[in-house]
Design a binder for this molecule. Structure first.
Ligand SMILES: [Zn+2]
Ligand SMILES: [Zn+2]
Length: 335
């Protein structure tokens, strides 16, 4: 098999590797599509905490493919088309038992702590298969659109505590690929209005084309909002979110901040006197993925429309370059 292998900051290359042979309970998935996101860019630069010095690993956690071989007693069969939910819990800790594999005390994830799918093949371990991370797909689903169900699952997890309802005015801060996914997901809840704020004129245009009622530059932002979602890794955006939240508002800090800039001075009286519900969410569970996949397969959220670049695995480095440029929405590798 071929795989994009990380060997240190900035040191990634497509290499020939032995194809894993699935043991009992395991499945070998032939990758049809794997998305590249900000997490992968952070991994490539050496800034991801799950990739400390000396790590040699294959990234890639937004995965659609076909089961090429199944080990004895595996709960999937050769030829099954699958979406692979990347987060794997230990299955035993309090968080896993509550269904929050993303918060497992010893978290594991394909492409993060284990070899992922920026490769022609990815091995789903027995725990992955057993836990139900391989979700079945119908024939004819576009693998690239399906792969983007993974970030959509994270977005749904972020929106759940925001309880977006009919009369709500919603503000989304940031119109990168994730901000746009928030916009598409919020639209399925039919709120009163959705405003997107974003410094880049090109990204504002993208948001307007995808159904934002208004897409404004940060300095043009006015009014208050029942729901504010911060989809930009910016402390200033978090400050703005608390200021722009209406009384009784729900705020989600969806984007994490760079480790060295995660201390932000906020006026906590805004939370107190407006009775704000301020939430944070990270990654996604298998249940979130199942929900996201339903939205993608039913056409309720057109993730395929966000895929602006498809590249073969041989051009994985070019794909990373394209993703880093900020000119593309979702870049997807089709090995
Ligand atoms: Zn991702
Ligand atoms: Zn656990």
């Amino acid at each position: 098999m071929e795989a994009l292998v990380y060997r240190g900051p900035g040191a990634l290359a497509v290499e020939e590797r032995p194809t894993p042979v699935p043991g009992p309970g395991e499945a070998l998935v032939r990758v049809e599509a794997c998305g590249i996101c900000g997490t992968d860019l952070r991994i490539a630069s050496g800034a991801h905490r799950a990739y400390p010095d000396g790590t040699v690993r294959v990234p890639g956690h937004e995965i659609a493919g076909v089961v090429e071989a199944a080990g004895a007693r595996a709960r999937v069969s050769e030829g099954d088309r699958v979406f692979v939910a990347p987060n794997v819990g230990c299955g035993r800790c309090d968080q896993c038992r509550a269904g929050r594999v993303n918060l497992c005390r010893t978290p594991q994830a394909l492409g993060i702590t284990r070899d992922g799918a920026l490769a022609t093949h990815v091995l789903a371990g027995a725990d992955v298969v057993e836990q139900g991370n391989l979700l079945p797909l119908p024939n004819g689903a576009d693998p690239a659109a399906v792969a983007v169900a993974e970030p959509l699952a994270c977005v749904l997890r972020g929106q759940r505590p925001c309880r977006i309802a009919e009369g709500d005015d919603v503000l989304i801060v940031g119109a990168g690929p994730v901000g746009l996914l928030h916009l598409l997901a919020a639209r399925t809840r039919a709120p009163h209005s959705i405003v997107v704020t974003e410094p880049s004129p090109d990204r504002r245009r993208q948001a307007a084309e995808r159904g934002a009622d208004r897409a404004v530059a940060p300095e043009e932002l006015d009014g208050t909002f029942d729901v504010v979602i911060v989809a930009a890794p910016s402390g200033q955006a978090q400050v703005v979110a608390l200021e722009r939240a209406a009384p009784g508002g729900r705020v989600n800090f969806f984007a994490g901040l760079p480790r060295d800039r995660s201390r932000v001075e906020v006026d906590t009286n805004l939370i107190h006197y407006k009775e704000l519900l301020v939430t944070g969410t990270t990654a996604c569970t298998i249940e979130d993925c199942r929900e996201a996949l339903d939205l993608v397969l039913s056409g309720a959220v057109d993730t395929g429309a966000l895929v602006t670049e498809r590249r073969p695995l041989s051009d994985a480095l070019g794909a990373f370059e394209a993703a880093r440029s900020g000119e593309q929405l979702k870049v997807v590798i089709e090995p």
